[in-house]
Design a protein around this ligand. Structure first.
Ligand code: SAM
Length: 293
C-alpha cells in the first residue's frame, strides 16, 4: 500500500490522507479526518498533532492508518471506524448497532439541561441508542433519576458501556414502545415522569434517495426509518404515553424532522397538550418540540 512507502512522518501522513481521499470527500472533511485519525491511532491530542509535525510514526501506526483510509474509501463513517465519537463534551463508544449521535441532538440536551438545571427530576429517554441523551443529561443534571429504553438489546449493550465509561447511573431497559408502555410491574420504574425525551426514528423511506451512502449503508435502519404512510407513528405513540405518564408539570421533549415539525405540533395540540413550542436548530431548521399538558 502506497501509504506504507512514505517517510512516515506526521505531516507527510496528513498529506497522504488528503491525497488518498480528495476525490471522495470535501477538504474540510478530510482535514477533520486527518486529525481524528492521528489523534486516535497515535493517542495524541490535536495540539500535539499540530506541533509534532516531524514525529516519526511506527510501522504499526502506519499500517492502522492505511486500514482506516481503505474503510473511508468505502464510505464507512469515521466514528464507526474509530469506534467512538464525542457528544456534549463526552466520549461515546459507537458501532453499527447504534445511530451516530448528531450535533442537533446536543441542542436538545442543552435545552433540557438549561430548563431544569437544579430540580430533582425523573427523566425517561425513549429510543436511547448509544445512550447519548440519557447519559449527557445524567452527567449534567446530578439530581435527576434517568431511565432509558430501546427496542434493540445490542444498542442497550453499547449504552450501558457508555454510562460506565462516563461514570453515570442510568437505568436502561429493553422495550418496544410501539407494543407497550413501560409497565411498572416490578416497581422499579416511576409511575410518572417529569421529562420524557425522544429522538425517535423519523426518516421516511421516500427520503432514502436524498441520503448519503455513509448513512444509508452503515447506520441501523431501525434507528432511522418511520413508516412511509405514518411518519409520525413514534411521536403519536409517545404523545399518548405522555398523557398518562407525565407529571402534571411535566414536559415532552422531541427531536423532530424538519419536514414534519409543524404536523407534529398539530398532532400534539389535538391530543390535548396545551403548550406546544416548535424550536429551530442552529441552522434554522424546525428541529425541537417542547409539549406540556
Ligand atoms: C434516531 S435513533 C436515536 C438514538 C439516540 N437517542 C440519539 O439521539 O442518537 C432512534 C432509536 O430508537 C430505537 N427504536 C426504534 N424502534 C423502536 C421501538 N419500537 N421501541 C423502542 N425503541 C425503538 C432505535 O433502536 C434507535 O436506537
Amino acid at each position: 500500500m502506497s501509504y506504507l512507502k512514505n517517510n512516515g512522518k506526521m505531516q507527510t501522513t496528513l498529506n497522504l490522507i488528503k491525497a488518498q481521499l480528495q476525490h471522495l470527500y470535501s477538504d474540510a472533511e478530510i482535514k477533520a479526518f486527518g486529525f481524528l485519525i492521528l489523534e486516535s491511532v497515535c493517542c495524541l491530542d490535536k495540539q500535539a498533532v499540530l506541533r509534532d509535525k516531524d514525529k516519526q510514526l511506527s510501522p504499526n501506526e502506519r499500517f492502522q492508518i492505511g486500514e482506516i483510509i481503505e474503510s473511508l474509501k468505502k464510505y464507512r463513517p469515521i466514528q464507526y471506524i474509530l469506534g467512538e465519537t464525542e457528544f456534549y463534551g463526552l466520549r461515546f463508544k459507537v458501532n453499527e448497532n447504534v445511530l451516530i449521535p448528531r450535533p442537533e441532538t446536543e441542542e436538545l440536551v442543552d435545552l433540557i439541561q438549561s430548563d431544569y438545571r437544579k430540580s430533582p427530576l425523573s427523566v425517561l429517554d425513549i429510543g436511547t441508542g448509544s445512550g447519548c441523551i440519557a447519559i449527557a443529561l445524567a452527567k449534567n443534571l446530578p439530581d435527576a433519576s434517568v431511565y432509558a429504553l430501546d427496542i434493540s438489546e445490542k444498542a442497550l449493550e453499547i449504552a450501558r458501556q457508555n454510562a460506565e465509561r462516563n461514570r453515570v447511573n442510568v437505568h436502561f431497559f429493553q422495550q418496544d414502545i410501539l407494543a407497550d408502555f413501560p409497565a411498572n410491574s416490578s416497581g422499579d420504574l416511576p409511575e410518572k415522569w417529569d421529562i420524557i425525551v425522544s429522538n425517535p426514528p423519523y426518516v421516511t423511506p421516500e427520503e432514502k434517495r436524498a441520503m448519503s451512502k455513509n448513512v444509508l449503508d452503515y447506520e441501523p435502519h431501525q434507528a432511522l426509518f418511520a413508516p412511509q404512510k405514518k411518519p409520525l407513528l413514534f411521536y403519536e405513540r409517545i404523545a399518548d404515553m405522555g398523557l398518562n405518564r407525565l407529571e402534571e408539570s411535566g414536559a415532552l421533549y422531541f427531536e423532530t424532522s424538519a419536514l414534519y415539525g409543524k404536523e407534529t405540533v398539530g398532532m400534539l395540540r389535538e391530543k390535548g397538550y396545551r403548550s406546544v413550542q416548535l424550536l429551530q436548530d442552529i441552522s434554522g431548521k424546525d428541529r425541537m418540540i417542547i409539549a406540556r399538558l
